[in-house]
Design a protein around this ligand. Sequence first.
Ligand code: NAP
Length: 479
Amino acid sequence: MSQLFDNYIAGEWRGSDHRIDNLNPSNTEDVIGRYAQATPDDVDAAVNAAAEASATWSVSGPLQRHAVLSAVSQGILARKEELGYLLAREEGKTKPEGIGEVARAAQVFDFFAGETLRLAGEKLPSVRPDIEIDITREPVGVVGAITPWNFPIAIPAWKTAPALAFGNCVVLKPANIAPGCAHALAEIIAAAGAPKGVFNLLMGSGGVAGKALLDHKGINAITFTGSVDTGRHIASECARTMKKVQLEMGGKNPLVVLDDADLDKAVECAVNGAYFSTGQRCTASSRLIVEQGIYDRFIDALAMRLGGLVVGDALKDGVHIGPLADESQLKKSRDYVEVGVKEGARLVCGGEAVEGDAPGYYMTPALFADATSEMRIVREEIFGPVASVMKASDFNHAVALANDTEFGLSAGICTTSLEKATRFKRAAKAGMVMVNLPTAGVDFHVPFGGTKGSSYGPREQGRYAAEFYTTMKTAYIGI
Ligand code: NAP
């Protein structure tokens, strides 16, 4: 009999007549648990509880918020191994990646515990005599957070922590594919002493629970991470209902490798950026743009390195690449391999579905060479272990190829030239630039986000998170 997991609404755990199975993608016979599915009535109850709690939490002092956020951070760390295992089991990242992500979630709460003590305002002179002006930041109110499955604890953390730190109440709807980590986060927040209603968890589908959140008048702001299509829909719904909105969406991130690059370093950047976490990262380097002088050597070295990677059960030691998160993710990646072949790109290696010891969604990392900018495998986000190499005639051509995309999240370059690295940093149309580093992998105390189709609204993370989670008040004081 599978364990039942309930929603967390108004400080209570609430079950549901309707539940879904959370399956292990490394072994689909392993049911992690049965997770409650929120109804529109549950959404209404959670939003109302958050609105009620907001009256006191929004004016709670920094000391109370600091204590709660610090306790959440410690609570996550205390369960780091267990939750890292759960993350790998429900999402398919390898266990070390899972444990790393859990530790990151703890760091995010710790950082925003500190931010509760640093929320500064401004005092300016008036242009009129005997008037002083104060500019202060206030909470937005009730924040609805809608999150994807690929970082099932880090993304809920990096939305919940700043929201709570700056005095907002939260209703979190995690992705249905991997709700287990968000459920554990709710347990930790409940145990950390957050007053009832300050944080609510609604597991359920985007079409029902997500839709009800978007429709609800009690939600003041929506922070969303997920695909471009869903993001577009959410933006238009938020415009219709006049909610503040922040969207973090897809990527098709370029990694440029110049002739003067350190080949070993460039190959490691590509392997890490394109294939780790099974390529299921918004910052994945799915476009490898390689200058002609190093092109053949880079492809040979990368193919050799990929051949040595172990694909398999995410929970087993020694595995480098776990399964895709579900059947549709596996099918999508395999379909794109077929598309790439039909488009005329050269499949250097990988792209085959493989059997594990148990039924799971395994695929070998696929590398295409001789790809061009018009191909769908180069233009569309695949979100799997598939990368395409394009040849660049020189630095300027490489930059033009890197920017030839509707996305703009992260852009990387491997070079030993300080001048070219600096020129790339200036020219890249992306929110984040990496020099001699993978395009994926970021710090938690600095802004995260992109340009063009990748992001909309203020940045997440670091102290800039205050832009979204607070609203400004300007006060004029006559003396
Ligand atoms: P998704 O399908 O867009 O889903 C994201 C979330 O939106 C899920 O919780 C989903 O619910 C919900 N949702 C779906 N339809 C909705 C609707 N009509 N109304 C309200 N909510 C709705 O994305 P995903 O497949 O989970 O995640 C992969 C995508 O996320 C990729 O494109 C990736 O690049 C992007 N991503 C971006 C970042 C970033 O920071 N830029 C980070 C990570 C991932 P259910 O799925 O539960 O139904």
